[in-house]
Design a protein around this ligand. Structure first.
Ligand code: 2IT
Length: 447
């Protein structure tokens, strides 16, 4: 089986040269699918893995716009429509200078399994652009979003492909994208999620990812006879995901001692309360993308320049920033500090080497595909709200979100146990996510 896995990885490497993030997730996922392929030779015979690792469709397009100085700017936009076996393509848009095919494909590939785990009818996709919204004026962001949507709209539709936000794409960007889609198509429809409440957005979507992560962490701890009350938690990031995570952790009685930005990390021993978390979102919206000013507001906190929170001692670590922020060195420090639990909020925050080291050292890991699926799950609820011409209350949304996160934890741990892997949520999430998509692909023939 290992040989076969290597063959698939080689196919991906040959076809996608110079795309390390994409190959990283391919390797991580395919390795854990070995026992499933052994049990299902028909998957191998029908070329299911070769089909799964190749996106159904990918577009790359020029985005030209005019900045505030009247100068023409050119960016590159992408959308990878990865897999539609179990539903229309669904996944966020990331606007950041680092966005390239490797990043979009890694996110799109992961999204297939994440969306499948929710149990909802959602295929996998992802998109974005190498555009940096930090430091841009509202007018520039609007013109960029309009130019971006002018190219992308022809590939979208509420039953075809429904983007949402990701890093660099929040409510403001979604608003401009939605406005332009409506203008171009003359249709008011649920083609984007993460919209503002007045025009079809879901109450509770903004905090959904963070809340979901905490529900998932709670289930992991519960399985080991522990709860979040009184636990010390190191969180990274300071965007929407970190914010929702901090709020829910406080509500459940945990103490959050860190957040971070590209400039360094905040260590606040006295605890980052819900009120402090809201100050951090204000920092975010000032467009500078730095977290250091938190200490001006709360002078007892320390700013650790250029550092990540992984050297801070905590019971639970929740990375909520970006990919590969936990390296092998970080993993070693975390283990030395007695780390027991890691619950991944960001997509693929841990390198494969670090992941293996943590698992070898008995750290219990909630993988991002499972732990952060609450965001996209609530996006699906938003799609239902839009197509059903109705409005859900936050209480209805939170109750569904909690049930979905418990379901994801159950199916991932059940799959792991079924393949005699013990309580391995990393493999279990990959397997459970894959099984549903594989069954659907088999039923639909070679397409
Ligand atoms: O990574 C993710 O799951 C997201 N950025 C949210 C995707 C969505 O369609 O809500």
């Amino acid at each position: 089986m290992a040989n076969l896995t290597q063959q698939y990885i080689d196919i991906a490497a040959k076809r996608n040269p110079g795309e390390p993030e994409f190959l990283q997730t391919i390797e991580e996922v395919l390795t854990s699918l070995e026992p499933v392929l052994k049990a299902h030779p028909e998957y191998i015979e029908s070329g299911l893995i070769e089909r799964l690792i190749e996106p159904e469709r990918g577009v790359s397009f020029r985005v030209s716009w005019v900045d505030d100085e009247g100068k023409t700017q050119v960016n590159r936009g992408f959308r990878y429509q990865y897999n539609s076996a179990i539903g229309p393509y669904k996944g966020g848009l990331r606007f950041a200078p680092s966005v390239c095919p490797s990043i979009v494909k890694f996110l799109g590939f992961e999204q297939i399994f994440k969306n499948s785990l929710t149990g909802l009818p959602l295929g996998g996709g992802k998109g974005g652009a190498d555009f940096d919204p930090n430091g841009k004026s509202d007018g520039e962001i609007m013109r960029f979003c309009q130019a971006y949507m002018t190219e992308l709209y022809r590939y979208l539709g509420p039953e075809t492909d429904i983007p949402a936000g990701d890093l660099g794409v929040g409510k403001k960007e979604i608003g401009y994208l939605f406005g332009q889609y409506k203008r171009l198509t003359n249709r008011f429809e649920g083609v984007l999620t993460g919209k503002g409440i007045p025009y079809g957005g879901l109450q509770g979507r903004t905090e959904a990812t963070g809340y979901g992560i905490v529900f998932f962490a709670r289930e992991m701890l519960k399985r080991h006879g522990e709860d979040l009350k009184g636990k010390t938690v190191a969180v990274s990031g300071f965007g929407n995901v970190a914010w929702g995570t901090v709020l829910k952790l406080n509500e459940l009685g945990a103490k959050v001692i860190s957040i971070s930005g590209p400039d360094g990390c905040i260590y606040d021993e006295s605890g980052i309360t819900a009120e402090k978390a809201c100050c951090m979102l204000d920092l975010r919206s000032c467009g500078k993308n730095i977290c250091a000013p938190y200490c001006e507001e709360y002078p007892t906190a320390q700013f650790l320049k250029g550092k990540k929170p992984w050297s801070i001692k905590a019971d639970l670590y929740i990375p909520c920033a970006t990919q590969n922020e936990i390296t092998i060195e970080d993993a070693k420090t975390m283990v030395e500090n007695g780390c027991k639990y890691l619950c991944e909020g960001a997509n693929m925050p841990t390198t494969n080497e670090a992941l293996k080291y943590l698992q070898d050292n008995k750290v219990i890991i909630g993988p991002s595909k499972a732990a952060n699926a609450g965001g996209v799950a609530c996006s699906c609820i938003e799609m239902g709200q839009n197509s059903g011409k109705t409005v859900f209350t936050p209480e209805e949304v939170y109750a569904q979100l909690e049930a979905i996160m418990i379901h994801i934890h159950e199916v991932a741990s059940e799959a792991s146990a079924r393949y005699n892997l013990g309580y391995d949520l990393v493999a279990g999430a990959n397997i459970a996510g894959f099984e549903r998509v594989a069954e659907a692909m088999m039923a639909q023939g070679i397409v």
